[in-house]
Design a protein around this ligand. Structure first.
Ligand code: GRF
Length: 191
């Protein structure tokens, strides 16, 4: 049985693309059944459409409250039979109601070796701090930002000549391998 997965994006969606491609591998136990963006200009929507994946724009700016926005997200996910939700560059902080509703089924990828460098601009901050290793983390989402039990991590070396862009590209290459691997483990009950 293939588990239906929903992916939430806000922008370019390269991690969503990596998940879609991994799910196309014969025998992968999940498929991307729905991609939701909260911004009309999210570039990743085009890719999903070319793959014939159902897409939906749920623009947070049209809702009066966070609760209404999150209820729209949950209703759409449920209507489409989604069992696991992957946040992939989704730039809205989700509230307790949504997080509790999807507990154990809601995962995120963050571009640092958590618990280091929660939040934004992780690559610049990693360079400034002088760490020798940086990387990415896939974790269950809880109500605190970039917290929740870790499912998997990948580390990359940091070089003296790195800029934030160079380091970001090195980490992103690992994100694209790590996220599908962690989704696989979750679906197989191996977290
Ligand atoms: C990635 O670096 C991800 O770790 C972070 O936001 C970025 C999204 O990139 N949460 P993309 O939209 O998947 O290309």
């Amino acid at each position: 049985m293939s588990v239906p997965v929903g992916v939430l994006i806000s922008g370019r969606g390269s991690n969503m693309q990596a998940l879609v491609k991994a799910c196309e591998t014969p025998g992968f136990p999940a498929h991307i059944a729905l991609v939701i963006a909260n911004r009309p200009d999210a570039k990743g929507l085009e890719f999903a459409k070319t793959k014939g994946i159902k897409t939906k724009l749920i623009d947070h700016t049209v809702y009066q409250t966070k609760q209404e926005f999150e209820a729209a997200l949950t209703n759409t996910l449920i209507e489409n039979g989604i069992q696991i939700v992957c946040l992939a560059g989704f730039m809205r902080l989700l509230g307790t109601g949504f997080v509790n509703e999807w507990q154990g089924k809601l995962i995120n990828i963050h571009p640092s070796l958590l618990p280091a460098f929660k939040g934004l601009n992780t690559h610049k901050r990693a360079l400034e701090s002088g760490v020798k290793h940086h990387g990415c983390t896939v974790h269950f989402v809880d109500a605190e930002m970039d917290e929740g039990p870790i499912i998997g991590q990948m580390a990359v070396p940091v070089y003296k000549t790195d800029t934030p862009d160079i380091l970001s590209a090195r980490v992103l290459g690992e994100e694209h391998k790590l996220y599908p691997a962690c989704l696989y483990r979750l679906v197989r009950g191996q977290t």
